[in-house]
Design a protein around this ligand. Structure first.
Ligand code: TRP
Length: 376
């Protein structure tokens, strides 16, 4: 991995005591940078190392598939070195227990592999198995102020979803933990949606501040590269009731569901009274969402799918959508069923991923302790 293409970034005020909460890049600047990298990825995939992750709080669903998993597979297949964290320590920042953690983690591994993640090219690992990654949290926490953490938009957003539950120290600091996920492997690219940009900014801030405080011995080689966001082009899919797709709202289609379960769920989805199907997310969110789902599954434009359904009404729309989703997922689900029956193999994939991630994390922690003069 060498350096990513250089583009001037607009640097904000990084002074720790100045307490600048402002991200150093506007959305526009991040988008511009992301577009340049997207083009470069096809030419120079070897320049990049990406990190992505999921919280194993439930089963992965088609929102994960279209929003991130399919993009991970695409990047992996371009030849980009890829790390995938199953963020088990993140499960507990907003709840009292770990839930069905074992089941969720193994099910997630089966979903990844069935979807095309190749464990020989993508390192799949669990947070809690990588001690050196977690130890990075200590020096990193010294680089951010309490008020910066409180002002983080993603933390605020997460807190709002916990319905009055008190914020745990882990939730307040999870962006820093996430920075450790990214920086432990010196990833220089993180595929995210726009709403996740604040995380990348925190990570960039930590990388820079670490270097300012401890890395000056060799300015040409900062300990941590400042990662870039690769902004996702995937449109947001809503749940089958037209609200945000989320397991707790029971409006998702899980990757592991059968074709029949999928058909039943889509049958119950909300539509409207107008029999003429159009793609109009503003005015017809529920109908448009089903059109979008069918379009994504078929790899076509939503407008074209809507036109084909024409005056078919809600029934025609649901039929088209069900067929498209089930057709796309049929081979994935068949592979998944096989994998799910071989728990030993799934655990072996994790063991090997964890072993690789530990090697990387140990080397990075050594760099960190060297920079901090903490080798004895
Ligand atoms: N918080 C992410 C999610 O809920 C998962 C995650 C953990 C992650 N660590 C990360 C994403 C680091 C990007 C970078 O999906």
């Amino acid at each position: 991995m060498s350096t990513a293409p250089h583009i001037e970034s607009t640097s904000g005020n990084d002074d720790l005591d100045g307490g600048s909460p402002e991200p150093d890049r506007s959305l526009q600047a991040s988008q511009l940078r992301s577009d340049v990298i997207e083009a470069d990825l096809k030419v120079n995939p070897g320049k990049y190392r990406i990190l992505t992750g999921d919280r194993p709080t439930g089963k992965l669903h088609i929102g994960h598939y279209f929003g991130s998993i399919s993009n991970r597979v695409r990047l992996q297949n371009l030849g980009v070195e890829s790390m995938l964290v199953i963020a088990d320590y993140q499960v507990i920042y907003d709840r009292d227990g770990v839930g069905n953690l074992q089941e969720n983690v193994l099910s997630g591994v089966a979903d990844y592999l069935a979807s095309g993640i190749d464990p020989s090219r993508t390192t799949i690992f669990t947070h809690s198995s990588i001690p050196a990654l977690n130890q990075l949290l200590l020096p990193f926490l010294s680089l951010v102020t309490e008020s910066e953490l409180h002002r983080n938009p993603t933390v605020k957003d997460e807190l709002e979803h916990t319905q009055g539950r008190a914020m745990s120290g882990l939730m307040l600091t999870f962006p820093v933990h996430q920075a450790a996920d990214i920086l432990f492997c010196k990833a220089n690219l993180v595929p995210v949606g726009k709403d996740q940009l604040p995380h990348i900014e925190v990570t960039r801030l930590i990388a820079r501040r670490f270097d300012e405080r401890y890395g000056r011995a060799d300015p040409a080689h900062p300990v941590f590269p400042a990662p870039d966001a690769l902004l996702s082009a995937a449109p947001l899919i809503l749940g089958l009731d037209g609200t945000k797709m989320s397991k707790s709202r029971h409006n998702t289609i899980e990757i592991s569901m059968s074709a029949d379960e999928t058909a039943k769920l889509i049958k119950k989805a909300k539509t409207d009274a107008d029999r003429h199907i159009t793609y109009d997310p503003q005015n017809r969110p529920e109908v448009s969402n089903l059109v979008l789902l069918a379009a994504l599954a078929r790899g076509e434009e939503p407008e074209a799918v809507a036109e084909q359904i024409g005056d078919g009404g809600g029934g025609g729309l649901k039929k088209t959508c069900t067929e498209a989703v089930n057709e796309l997922f049929a081979p994935i689900r068949a592979r998944r069923a096989e994998l799910a029956g071989d728990e030993g193999y799934l655990r072996q994939v994790l063991r090997e991923g964890n072993e690789r991630a530990n090697e990387v994390a140990d080397a990075t922690l050594h760099d960190v302790r060297t920079a901090m003069s903490m080798i004895y």
